[in-house]
Design a protein around this ligand. Structure first.
Ligand SMILES: [Zn+2]
Length: 334
């Protein structure tokens, strides 16, 4: 569970377009609010990477032509793409990748008359130029040369095989703590329906709603049980079943913090104490919280801009006295 959970009003019980302004009857007041995660703490990031681990793992059972790929940008192509983007800092990196992936898939569709299934996650380089690149999977039987030609933005690498280990490796980029880029959030670009084949499998029957004893886990081939990804939950349970599951959970009066079970029947003191301990741990490891660290974000964005400038300088020999460079130097000194 998120270390910084917030309760928001359940939209189902607010007059809106979907319900035509007619609010359904509230049988239990506890359904009026729903918890939402912050998306940045260690728990949220781990959950996201576990969900993709399950979906990708599930997908390669059915679609065996997955290739493990790394897409990079050449200086020249990156520069061209960057010049189209009006954003700065990390937002620029992620936007460049979004455009590149979109164009790559368009080129593919044009040639093969069908879409290429893909799942890609961004990462910033760790060596001098720190150029953005992507790791992930492509489902295709086409050889490397064809993929590289369609990618066209730079070199690509293809792994020898794709298995559970490959997937564990690529999903790590989701919750990777990058010490040099703490405020950077990797972005995922993916086809729809990855892992959807689970919905056609017999295993799904064990997840069916059953009052008080619903099994809300996904069982791996090795027999390990993992939380059901939200993507599956949304397919399996109706809105009212999800509501019942939520109420059953509240009735149990237990909470989980970083895998530790806390009984809150008597009081919530223990829960809040543990939450504080785990928040400290999450911060220490470099994960974010519900607040935005603006100083660090600004600093890192400036640094990111400088790295871009540095790349340009190497290429065109720009003057050292660039205004931004001076600004950044001041920032570091202060
Ligand atoms: Zn969180």
């Amino acid at each position: 569970m998120c270390l910084y959970p917030r309760l928001i009003r359940n939209r189902k019980y607010v007059p809106n377009k979907k319900n035509g302004g007619i609010v359904p009857e509230v049988k239990d007041k506890r359904v009026l609010s729903v918890p939402v995660g912050c998306g940045k703490c260690i728990e949220c990031k781990k959950q996201k990477s576990r969900e993709w681990q399950v979906r990708l793992q599930e997908d390669i059972r059915a679609n065996q032509n997955a290739k493990f790929v790394t897409f990079t940008f050449s200086e020249h192509e990156l520069e061209k793409l960057e010049s189209e983007v009006k954003l700065e800092g990390y937002d620029r990196d992620n936007e460049v990748c979004r455009i590149a992936v979109r164009r790559f898939t368009e080129r593919w569709r044009k040639k093969y008359k069908k879409t290429i299934r893909h799942w890609l996650v961004t990462e910033l380089g760790s060596q001098n130029t720190e150029r953005v690149h992507m790791h992930g999977l492509l489902w295709t039987d086409e050889p490397k040369a064809v993929i590289e030609e369609k990618w066209k933005y730079g070199k690509i690498w293809i792994g020898e095989y794709v298995n559970g280990k490959t997937i564990s490796y690529i999903v790590k980029y989701i919750n990777k703590v990058d010490k040099a880029h703490k405020e950077y959030n990797s972005k995922i670009f993916t086809s729809k329906g990855i892992g959807g084949n689970y919905m056609q499998r017999k295993d799904i029957e064990r997840n069916k709603y059953s009052k008080g004893e619903t099994i809300e886990t996904y069982k791996t081939r090795e027999g390990i049980e993992l939380a059901l990804p939200i993507y599956y939950r949304n397919h399996i349970y109706s809105d009212s079943e999800k509501e019942l599951l939520w109420l059953e959970k509240l009735d149990k009066e237990v909470r989980y913090v970083d895998g530790v079970r806390v009984d809150i029947a008597e009081s919530e003191e223990e829960y809040y104490k543990l939450l504080e301990v785990k928040r400290q741990k999450s911060k220490r490891l470099g994960y974010g919280d519900d607040a935005i660290n603006w100083d660090l974000k600004n600093y890192e964005n400036e640094r990111r801009n400088l790295i871009k400038l540095d790349r340009m300088k190497k290429k065109y020999g720009l003057a050292d006295e660039d205004e931004r460079l001076v600004r950044l130097k001041n920032l570091i000194v202060n």
